[in-house]
Design a protein around this ligand. Structure first.
Ligand code: BES
Ligand code: MG
Ligand code: ZN
Length: 475
């Protein structure tokens, strides 16, 4: 793995094995690799006019450093940060700057190689050293960024693992592995316990396969564990993540071109698990509970049928008008389960709808909440962290379309309208949110898979982990 180090030496004093990284104001397309007679190499990269570099451009720039190093087979790179001067970044702290650097270097370095049997012969980038004397703030930012980068890459490994391997049982085990060495308690409930809890909506989604449905609970009491039954004063932030380990669509089967990447349908789950791990690793003085309902949405004679009616944990009956609208069903039971924690605030993260991509394209996740302040906080933190989010409305007008003729609520619009599909998902969830709790729904379907401009490996982006961590830090 890529090592990030610091050195008090200047660039000139460093051994020749380090390629010197030099940023210029040339166009971002200008890259030059210079070898001097003394054997020292320099990599010159254009950033465009420095005055135009904002947080978004900066993150991409940092990622292209790694891409460039990889394509030139540079093994060790030295960077002098004091040479950089970006006026648009002055509004941010030094900790932010260094954290952003470390995070994005690690995210760009990541490749999913679990299933590659042959080692690549290419030389690997193994070290990036920051030279010069770093302030305490810079050092702590660098540390934070490394923690965030490492755990986010772990989450990407979990998400990228095929559905045949990453079953709900495997996801439970992966959650426990991720929390190793951390003050996080992880519990995995199986079908027997879920039946006792009456999680009928979650169980229905998983009933078409012999892969056992699971419910993963991770608790971190950084602000002190509540004693006895009352959580008064210790109310946790609850993060809920969709953990559908493979989504065929069920009997309303997905078309061929839409199914192959549905092992990523548990990315919400892996994201919230990484977020609590990072919070624990950073020692945040916050109470956090993570809930990941996990099932495989499979096809068999046991699978739930379109038209079936199931009773959710809340007692509300759900008419399954579409078996591919399964994410909202498993989240419904998790929302009900969260009640026992008296949550301070609930965020749910889910690859919930293709309609989120229709609404926003692939650059941002959609957020829905009735809490205006929470909406603004998340939107701003999205910009600061790099995990962009954008609000859609959750007006009461949308509720009517989900009023079932045969049950309490239907899982899609009773007139089968495709309009406003992303909001429809959020609206369904709103029926199951504990009363008087601030809640936001994050539909991360647009950010499930990376796109070329991300400058990340194909597959999981690891979003919105950075946003969740930033949220937990300030909550
Ligand atoms: N997992 C999908 C949503 C999805 C689609 C995520 C594309 C990422 C990329 C979800 O379970 C689903 O199938 N949703 C349906 C909902 C519809 C039936 C109301 C969809 O988006 O078509
Ligand atoms: Mg589906
Ligand atoms: Zn799904």
């Amino acid at each position: 793995m890529l090592k990030i180090t610091t050195s008090k030496k200047s660039l000139a004093e460093l051994p020749a094995k380090y390629c010197r990284f030099v940023l210029t104001e040339e166009a971002p397309s200008v890259h030059r690799f210079v070898e001097t007679v003394s054997g020292v190499t320099e990599y010159r990269m254009g950033a465009g006019k420095w005055a135009t570099v904002d947080a978004r451009v900066f993150r991409t720039l940092v990622r292209s450093i790694v891409q460039a190093a990889k394509s030139h087979q540079i093994e060790a790179l030295a960077i002098d940060i004091s040479q950089l001067n970006f006026p648009k970044l002055e509004q941010y702290s030094e900790a932010w700057l260094y954290s952003t650097l470390a995070e994005n270097l690690l995210l760009a370095d990541y490749e999913f190689i679990t299933f590659k049997t042959k080692k690549e012969s290419k030389k690997k980038l193994s070290e990036i050293v920051f030279v010069g004397s770093l302030s305490k703030e810079a050092e702590s930012g660098l540390k934070r960024g490394q923690v965030v980068g490492q755990y986010t890459n772990e989450a990407r490994n979990i998400a990228n693992t095929p559905g045949g391997h990453m079953t709900p049982t495997a996801l439970g085990n992966a959650a426990k592995d991720l929390m190793k060495g951390l003050k996080v308690t992880t519990t995995v409930l199986g079908e027997k316990e879920l039946k006792k809890l009456k999680m009928g909506a979650l169980l229905a989604v998983g009933q078409g396969t012999k892969s056992e449905t699971k419910f993963i609970i991770a608790e971190y009491w950084g602000a002190g564990k509540p004693v006895g039954k009352t959580v008064k004063g210790k109310e946790p932030i609850v993060l809920i993540g969709k953990g559908v380990t493979y989504d065929t669509g069920g009997l309303n089967v997905k078309p061929s071109g839409s199914m192959h990447d549905m092992h990523l349908d548990m990315s919400g789950g892996s994201s919230v698990l990484a977020a609590i791990a990072i919070a624990a690793k950073l020692g945040l003085k916050k109470n956090i509970v993570v809930l990941v309902p996990s099932a495989e949405n499979a096809i068999s004679d046991d699978a739930m049928r379109a038209g079936d009616i199931v009773t959710s944990m809340s007692g509300k009956t759900v008419e399954v008008l579409h078996t591919d609208a399964e994410g909202r069903m498993i989240l419904a039971d998790a929302l009900t389960y969260s009640e026992r924690y008296s949550p301070k605030v609930i965020l749910d993260v889910a690859t919930l709808t293709g309609a989120a991509l229709s609404a926003l394209g692939q650059f941002a996740s959609a957020i829905m909440t009735k809490d205006e302040a929470l909406s603004q906080t998340l939107t701003k933190l999205g910009e600061v962290s790099g995990d962009l989010v954008w609000p859609l409305p959750l007006w009461d007008e949308y509720k009517a379309s989900l009023k079932s003729h045969r049950a309490d609520v239907s899982n899609i619009a009773t007139n089968f309208s495709r309009f406003g599909g992303c909001i429809e998902g959020g609206t369904f969830l709103s029926f199951f949110v504990p009363k008087n709790v601030s809640w936001a729904h994050i539909d991360m379907a647009p950010r499930m898979d990376s796109i070329p401009s991300d400058k990340l490996a194909k597959g999981s982006t690891g979003e919105p982990i950075r946003l969740l961590v930033a949220f937990l830090e300030q909550a």
